[in-house]
Design a protein around this ligand. Structure first.
Ligand SMILES: C[S@@+](CC[C@H](N)C(=O)[O-])C[C@H]1O[C@@H](n2cnc3c(N)ncnc32)[C@H](O)[C@@H]1O
Length: 296
C-alpha cells in the first residue's frame, strides 16, 4: 500500500497543503456523482472512494494531515445528506471543534503537537539565562512547551502565543504562571525577548529565521525543536528524545543604543568543544558547534 500511495501526487512540492487534500476531496466527490449518475449504489461507492482517499492520504506529511485528508470526503458526504439525513449538529459539532483546534491560519504552520516532556531537559547545560529572562513559546499549543521551560527556568517570565482559541484557553488554564495570549505568532514583536522557542514545521523555519534576524536583539536566542533553519549553523544542538533534536541559534543582530548586549544575559555553552561551565549541567546528548561561545 505504501508503494502505491507513494506514486500518488498528494505530497508534491508544488502542491502546498491544504490544496492536495482539497483536490482529493473534490475528485472523490466528482467521481461519486458520476458513479451514482450511472446508476451505481451510493453507499458502496462512498465506502470504496473513502478507502481510496485513505490510501492517498497516506502520503500526507503528518498524522494530522493524513487524518484530515482521509476524513474530508466521507465527512462531506455525510454533510450533504446524500446517505440520509444526519442532524446538523452531527457534523457541525465536529467541524466546529476541528476549526477551534486547528483554525485556518495555522494550516500553513504546524498543527498541535506537544513538546515531549524530556525533549528540552539538557537545555540548562547549553543555555544560561538570567532569572529575569523573557521566554516566548511562539505557537504554544496546550502549554507543554511552556511547562518544559518553566521546569527548567522557574524564575523566568514565560509567555505563550497561540492562534487556536481552544488550545490558547487550555494553555492559559494549565499554565496560570505564564502569560498566554491568543494571537498570530507572526504578528508579535520579538525585540524585547531573550528566547523565542518554536516547534513548528520545516517549511516555517526560513520565515522564523528572517523574523528573528529582523527583530531579536543581539545575543538573544532562538530555540527550535525538531526543525533546523536551513543553511544556518547552530550554536548548540542536542537530542534527548529521538527525532526531536533541539537546535539553538544565537542572534548576531544589530547593536541598539540603550540596549545592553544580551550576550551577558543569555550565555551559551558549547558542550562539545568547550568544558562545561562550573555549576552548569553538561548536556548528556550530542552537541555540534560551529561558533565557539565562551562560558560566562
Ligand atoms: C507543533 S505545535 C507546538 C505546541 C507547543 N509549542 C509545544 O511545543 O508543546 C504548533 C502550534 O503552533 C500553533 N500555530 C500554528 N500557526 C500559528 C500562528 N500563525 N500563530 C500562533 N500559533 C500558531 C498551532 O495551533 C499549534 O498549537
Amino acid at each position: 500500500m505504501a508503494a502505491f500511495a507513494s506514486s500518488l501526487p498528494l505530497h508534491h512540492r508544488w502542491l502546498r497543503w491544504p490544496w492536495p487534500a482539497l483536490g482529493l476531496w473534490l475528485s472523490a466527490g466528482v467521481a461519486l456523482r458520476l458513479l451514482v449518475a450511472q446508476g451505481a449504489p451510493a453507499l458502496p461507492c462512498v465506502i470504496g472512494l473513502s478507502g481510496l482517499c485513505a490510501v492517498m492520504a497516506w502520503r500526507a506529511s503528518t498524522p494530522w494531515r493524513r487524518g484530515l485528508a482521509a476524513a474530508g470526503f466521507p465527512a462531506s458526504v455525510l454533510a450533504s445528506g446524500m446517505l440520509g439525513d444526519v442532524p446538523a449538529v452531527g457534523w457541525l459539532l465536529p467541524l466546529g471543534l476541528l476549526l477551534l483546534a486547528y483554525p485556518l491560519r495555522s494550516w500553513s504552520d504546524a498543527p498541535i503537537y506537544p513538546t515531549p516532556r524530556e525533549a528540552l531537559s539538557a537545555l540548562p547545560g547549553s543555555l544560561h539565562l538570567p532569572t529575569t529572562a523573557r521566554i516566548l513559546d511562539a505557537g504554544c499549543g496546550m502549554g507543554h512547551g511552556l511547562r518544559a521551560w518553566h521546569r527548567l527556568y522557574p524564575q523566568a517570565r514565560i509567555e505563550g502565543v497561540e492562534w487556536s482559541p481552544l488550545w490558547s484557553t487550555v494553555a492559559r488554564l494549565c499554565c496560570p504562571w505564564a502569560q498566554v495570549r491568543r494571537g498570530d505568532l507572526w504578528a508579535d514583536d520579538w525585540s524585547a525577548l531573550d528566547v523565542v522557542y518554536v516547534f513548528q514545521r520545516p517549511e516555517s523555519m526560513p520565515r522564523v529565521w528572517e523574523k528573528a534576524q529582523r527583530e531579536m536583539k543581539r545575543g538573544a536566542t532562538l530555540v527550535s525543536l525538531a526543525f533546523e533553519v536551513p543553511g544556518v549553523p547552530t550554536a548548540a544542538l542536542f537530542e534527548t528524545v529521538p527525532g526531536r533534536a533541539v537546535h539553538i541559534y544565537r542572534m548576531p543582530g544589530r547593536p541598539r543604543s540603550g540596549l545592553k548586549s544580551a550576550s551577558s544575559s543569555a550565555d551559551m555553552q558549547n558542550t562539545k568543544t568547550s568544558a562545561p561551565c562550573e555549576g552548569s549541567t553538561p548536556s548528556t546528548a550530542t552537541s555540534q558547534d560551529r561558533t565557539p561561545i565562551p562560558c560566562s
